[in-house]
Design a binder for this molecule. Structure first.
Ligand code: ATP
Length: 268
């Protein structure tokens, strides 16, 4: 079925340790999402409603998707990554049907985490060319979210957007996306942590100084850093081919890649 194709459960399982920086955001998610998920009885004892989704917002490439995936990993849950633009369908009723099928599959395969990227595209102010029956789709989404308390046991909903002001305000009520967490561009220590993650298990020459690279890469998102490291690795591979021996990744490779790399969070 087409909808099931949309729901490719992610590849290998990752944990918070695989996400660099973002310590405060991780702590919030642990407290508000993971603990209620893993220890529902504590919340029942205090008669504190758990559940409800979290909306992550921030510049592109700074780890929203990665965090959602890691949240699933931390919960021991299946991870579904859904781009709202893939749900939108020009035929009447089709978008609602797809959305319902997604929630159904998540409930059937619980524990699961469903991550909706580009949440603003579901309603909001921005007009979408493929959009059809957007008010109906919003209400379908709300129905599915509200179904949460009763039959969404073991289903966690996370959303992400780069444009929080464009998200339909009905999504922000209690029990829906009632918590909004900012996923900021990485500061210098976070960039160092991300670089260390990106460089682990690679053939490195002894002199790699991730602290210096972090200092030189202000404005870079995690995705920019990944691009930078991958370009440097390509150079190391080319050198290895040219020289007929393994040439480990060096500061020279990384500094050269840094010259050509973009700091996209400055453009946000
Ligand atoms: P978008 O808004 O474009 O969807 P996003 O915030 O969801 O972006 P991700 O898809 O999570 O960004 O990040 C893209 C890639 O950049 C990740 O797969 C990862 O390789 C790298 N990356 C980004 N942030 C981090 C981070 N905090 N730690 C480690 N890697 C990161």
């Amino acid at each position: 079925e087409d909808v099931v194709r949309l729901l490719q459960p992610a590849q290998e399982r990752i944990a918070f340790a695989d996400v660099g920086g973002l310590d405060e955001v991780k702590q919030q998610i642990r407290r508000r999402i993971i603990t209620p998920f893993l220890k529902p009885s504590l919340f029942e004892r205090f008669k504190r409603r758990s559940g409800g989704g979290i909306l992550l917002y921030g510049p592109p490439g700074c780890g929203k998707t990665l965090l959602a995936r890691a949240t699933a990993g931390e919960c021991g849950a299946r991870f579904y990554n859904v781009a709202i633009t893939d749900v939108l369908d020009m035929y009447i009723g089709e978008s609602e049907r797809k959305l319902h099928a997604i929630f159904e599959q998540a409930r059937r395969t619980a524990p699961s985490v469903v991550f909706f990227d580009e949440v603003e595209a579901i309603g909001g102010k921005r007009q979408h060319s493929r959009e059809a029956g957007s008010a109906k789709l919003v209400s379908q989404f709300l129905t599915e979210l509200d179904g949460f308390g009763q039959n969404n046991q073991g289903v966690l909903i996370l959303g992400a957007t780069n444009v929080p002001w464009a998200v339909d305000s009905a999504f922000r009520r209690p029990g829906r996306f009632d918590r909004v967490l900012f996923v900021p561009p990485p500061d210098e220590p976070a960039r160092r942590a991300i670089l260390d993650l990106l460089l682990r298990d690679r053939p490195l020459d002894g002199a790699i100084d991730s602290a210096e690279l972090a200092r030189l890469s202000s404005g870079h998102s995690g995705a920019d850093l990944r691009h930078l490291v991958e370009s440097a690795i390509d150079e190391a591979i080319d050198d290895s081919i040219d020289q007929g021996r393994e040439v480990p990744l060096s500061m020279a490779h990384l500094r050269a890649a840094l010259k050509d790399s973009r700091a996209t969070t400055l453009e946000w």
